[in-house]
Design a protein around this ligand. Structure first.
Ligand code: FAD
Ligand code: AMP
Length: 474
């Protein structure tokens, strides 16, 4: 007889491990199966996010920012430092230590919450049985009343630029370079390409980003994308728009790239190539043929608004299903599904999921862009406020960018907030709270914001919706 659980979660990324902990908190006997192998060859819980995504990229972004600031920001404050150097071993080692701390932390949280971890590849069989194949090939089967699929995503590989993990790398490779590449090519000006491109640019790489689409960062609001594009240019990122990579050939110790734009074919040679053209839901080997779980045209697990697959007791969450591929979106789906399973009122609102890009300046938004409102024929008002008029931002020498708020023309309900500038990764939270409570721009305008803080830009943008910003002309 196979061991029986109330809940089995397949995948221990931010979607799966959070679902498992919440299910266990609710008194359900819970197992979590994960196959991720860390740098030390042992099981590493936490999925893409903790091992090769959110956490390590932020660690390197922060380290590289410290280094960049020495030459580019400190002199303005009257501080000069001669001979600053980066020791790449320490730089990468710090990141690895943080990763280990957090992946190990999940093991401890599992222990504290009595979640049983299994190390191996999980496959859903029919009748909610899960076959686990260990690294040594040994198989065991467990079963549960409910199975939550949280198998995440993997990088998309271009057929003409296959990863060799030495010269042509994915996100994991670009987090572990052993030397600063003299010339780095980045394919795709999406979130991952921009963040990792920034890391290596700040350390001195000559970075060329090729983006097939003619518009920069088309997921973001166009005004915000325009400001960001200009700022990234100042950092020295060479971003070529409407430039589609068509060939990448490793020649000796270099990679020869061919890309096409409106003027025809061009060639560029780089020392390393990061391919960051998006991620695909990962379901390889996850489902036996007779489970009844369906995939959509993009290979994502089909779910309803409650993350249920339509197969009795089988749910799916995170990057493996529709919606933005963001850690916090998956985590909140995990909590909601655990609560639905326990008969409670789970909640997830995909309309207020915040997006953050941790570049310099940072970009953050929630809700609809101005273009989306126009396309959908929704009447709106706009309020904006520049960080150049925010005392704290000027004192920090980071007075770049703006907050843009979009509110319904008649009801004043906040429909979207878009920001580029200092600390906006934190500022967006206030707007998400307001939007989740169906707040209006007037609600934010009437709330006292501490002075001098960056949050005053949100306050002033809210005032500006009604043409009554204090510190700028309306
Ligand atoms: P994953 O994190 O991909 O985890 C899935 C886990 O399931 C993995 O451990 C995998 O090995 C395991 N698995 C898969 N199939 C099986 C199976 N059959 N059996 C056993 N185990 C299996 N998001 C943010 O919100 N903020 C950020 O700053 C951010 N930065 C990022 C930076 C980079 C470089 C990258 C690559 C991604 C970043 N993301 C960020 C995205 C974020 O990492 C993902 O949205 C998130 O990890 C998805 O969580 P998940 O649990 O759905 O899947
Ligand atoms: P994201 O999905 O946010 O990670 O962004 C990936 C980006 O890669 C998208 O903006 C795509 O347009 C871009 N992209 C995809 N294929 C190519 C290609 N062959 N050359 C250049 N850019 C590409």
């Amino acid at each position: 007889m196979s061991e029986k659980f109330d809940v089995i979660v397949i995948g221990a990324g931010p979607a799966g491990y959070v679902a498992a902990i919440r299910a266990a908190q609710l008194g359900l006997k819970t197992a979590c199966v994960d196959a991720f192998v860390g740098k030390d060859g042992k099981q590493a819980l936490g999925g893409t996010c903790l091992n090769v995504g959110c956490i390590p990229s932020k660690a390197l972004l922060d380290s590289s920012k410290q280094f960049y600031n020495i030459a580019h920001n400190l002199p303005v404050h009257g501080i000069t430092v001669e001979g600053a150097k980066v020791d790449l071993g320490t730089f990468i080692g710090r990141k690895d230590k943080i990763v280990k701390q957090f992946t190990g932390g999940i093991g401890q949280l599992f222990k504290a919450n009595k979640v049983t971890p299994f190390f191996g590849k999980g496959k859903l069989l029919k009748n909610n049985e899960v076959e686990i194949t260990g690294n040594d090939g040994a198989k065991q089967t467990i079963s549960a009343t409910n199975v939550i699929l949280a198998s995440g995503s993997v990088p998309i590989e271009l057929p003409f630029a296959k990863f060799d993990n030495k010269f042509i790398v994915d996100n994991a490779g670009a987090l572990d370079f052993t030397d600063v590449p003299k010339r780095l090519g980045v394919i795709g000006a999406g979130v991952i390409g921009l963040e990792l491109g920034s890391v290596w640019k700040r350390l001195g790489s000559d970075v060329t980003v090729l983006e097939a689409l003619p518009d920069f960062l088309s997921v973001a609001d166009a005004d915000i994308a325009k400001i960001a594009f200009k700022e990234f240019g100042k950092l020295g990122l060479n971003i070529k728009l409407g430039a589609k990579l068509t060939k990448a050939e490793i020649k000796g110790n270099e990679v020869a790239l061919t890309y096409e734009d409106k003027d025809g074919a061009h060639e560029v040679t780089v020392d390393k190539l990061l391919v960051a053209v998006g991620r695909r839901a990962y379901t390889d080997g996850l489902l036996a043929a007779d489970t009844g779980v369906k995939l959509d045209e993009r290979g994502r697990i089909v779910v309803d608004e409650h993350n249920h697959t339509g197969v009795n007791g089988v749910w799916a969450i995170g990057d493996a299903v529709r919606g933005p591929m963001l850690a916090h979106k998956g985590s909140e789906e995990g909590v909601a599904v655990a609560e639905w399973i326990a008969g409670k009122a789970g909640h997830i609102n995909l309309d207020t999921v915040p997006w953050v890009i941790y570049t310099e300046p940072e970009i953050a938004w929630a809700g609809k862009t101005e273009k989306q409102l126009k396309d959908e024929g929704i009447p709106y008002k706009v309020g904006t406020f520049p960080f150049a008029a925010i005392g704290r931002a000027v004192a920090m020498n980071e007075a770049i960018g703006q907050v843009k708020m979009l509110a319904h023309a008649e009801t004043d309900r906040i429909l979207g907030v878009h920001m580029v500038g200092p600390g906006v990764s934190e500022l967006i939270a206030e707007c998400v709270v307001a939007m989740e409570f169906k707040g209006s721009s007037e609600d934010l305008a009437r709330i006292v914001h501490a002075h001098p803080t960056l949050s005053e830009a949100v306050h002033e943008a809210a005032l500006s919706v009604d043409k009554r910003a204090i510190h700028k002309g309306n």
